[in-house]
Design a protein around this ligand. Structure first.
Ligand SMILES: C[S@@+](CC[C@H](N)C(=O)[O-])C[C@H]1O[C@@H](n2cnc3c(N)ncnc32)[C@H](O)[C@@H]1O
Length: 182
């Protein structure tokens, strides 16, 4: 199963927001969920992990598992409701929320690919099955956390253009689909 780990510096860790964007850029988390999990008319067999580092209760680990997700459409309003419910202690099939830091999550993984413009070109990388990708939010991955993740893997690049976090996930999914790697 492919996995993506998004480090969000600012995403709120409670349900005190009107819109996803004003929830410390929870809209970026939503966009990454969309691109990780949804394909046309089906859920991918992928996981999106988002580490939420905004107030008032950081860090939280939000995990969305495409193989277990139910009752979720792709529009932003649906996800605003789901995220509000989960962040206020409610349940939704395929979604888990717990207390965990980025570094604690990274330590559980064997081989990581850190998405970064100046890494090794993705076309030259020999992927094993079940790859795990790390990416930054609208600001990028903090240097300290990037350095930590690189103890467990290597930097890979999608080219010289700087993409949205969600676009980076879409491009990786496209590439691995073409290569036939789960
Ligand atoms: C909007 S970008 C971050 C922008 C931030 N100002 C920076 O310079 O890192 C969001 C994330 O997408 C990934 N990303 C964007 N463009 C990429 C590229 N060309 N190659 C690999 N990863 C990329 C990186 O993980 C990045 O942290």
């Amino acid at each position: 199963m492919r996995e993506f780990i998004l480090f969000s510096r600012t995403a709120r860790t409670d349900d005190n927001f009107k819109f996803l964007r004003e929830g410390g850029r929870l809209d970026v988390v939503y966009q990454c969920i969309l691109m990780s999990i949804f394909s046309s008319h089906r859920h991918r067999n992928t996981k999106l992990h988002a580490i939420l580092n905004g107030p008032p209760n950081p860090p939280l680990h939000l995990e969305v598992d495409g193989s277990e997700l139910r009752d979720a459409r792709v529009d932003e309003k649906t996800w605003e409701n789901i995220l509000r419910k989960v962040l206020s202690g409610g349940k939704h099939p395929g979604i888990r929320l717990g207390k965990k830091s980025f570094q604690e999550l990274v330590k559980e993984k064997n081989k990581l690919y850190v998405l970064e413009e100046r890494g090794k070109d993705i076309v030259e990388v020999e992927f094993d099955e079940n790859p795990v990708f790390v990416l930054g939010d609208q600001v990028g991955l903090p240097k300290k956390d990037e350095g930590f993740a690189l103890r467990y893997g290597e930097k890979i690049s999608l080219g010289k253009g700087l993409y949205l976090s969600s676009s980076a996930i879409d491009i990786v999914n496209w590439w691995l689909d073409r290569k036939g790697i789960q």
